[in-house]
Ligand binder design. Structure first.
Ligand code: GDP
Ligand code: MG
Length: 162
């Protein structure tokens, strides 16, 4: 069984761009309109030491997080089947309340996610990543998916032991 890597995060942070990098495909729609990837999207790939299955999700808007803390169904499914969860945020936008709500939800669900700070191509990656530490997800992995920067070393770390 290949490890399953799920990419979650609010819309427009760059999940599908990373999916394309990880599968070297153009399968996932990448556009500027938030929420365009409506359903889960699966691909196989091998960037780094071991092959994997990667799941792209449509992203969660604040509206999907109800009073009971329920997540959008498709994201819930992706989280349930994942061995590795990549929780992506946008380094250009900075920390948002939706990011905070998602991190809280992951904690409630007992899911361990890796914090991926994307779009670190415009400024100092470490400075951009710093403000996300308060999400309580530990060390941040800065990448710039659109330039394939940091993607290989991210997968080297994620797939260690697989
Ligand atoms: P998704 O909604 O999370 O799947 O986000 P997309 O992958 O569709 O990307 C949303 C927008 O962010 C697109 O215009 C991408 O080209 C852009 N984007 C993705 N990765 C990067 C990056 O590393 N740097 C910059 N500057 N833009 C990016
Ligand atoms: Mg997408």
């Amino acid at each position: 069984m290949l490890p399953v890597v799920a990419i979650v995060g609010r819309p427009n942070v760059g999940k599908s761009t990373l999916f394309n990098r990880l599968t070297r495909s153009r399968d996932a729609l990448v556009v500027d309109i938030p929420g365009v990837t409506r359903d889960r999207q699966y691909g196989e790939g091998k960037v780094g030491p071991a092959p994997y299955i990667v799941v792209d999700t449509g992203g969660i808007t604040g509206n999907d997080i109800g009073v009971d803390g329920a997540m959008a169904d498709q994201v819930q499914c992706a989280l349930d089947e994942a061995d590795i969860i990549l929780f992506m945020v946008d380094g250009r936008d900075g920390l948002t309340s939706v990011d905070q709500a998602l991190a809280r939800q992951l904690r409630i669900m007992g899911k361990t996610a890796k914090l991926i700070v994307n779009k670190t191509d415009g400024a100092d990656p470490d400075v951009q990543a710093a403000e996300f530490y308060e999400l309580g997800l530990g060390e941040a992995y800065p990448i710039a998916a659109v330039h394939n920067r940091g993607v290989r070393s991210l997968m080297d770390e994620m797939l260690e032991g697989y």
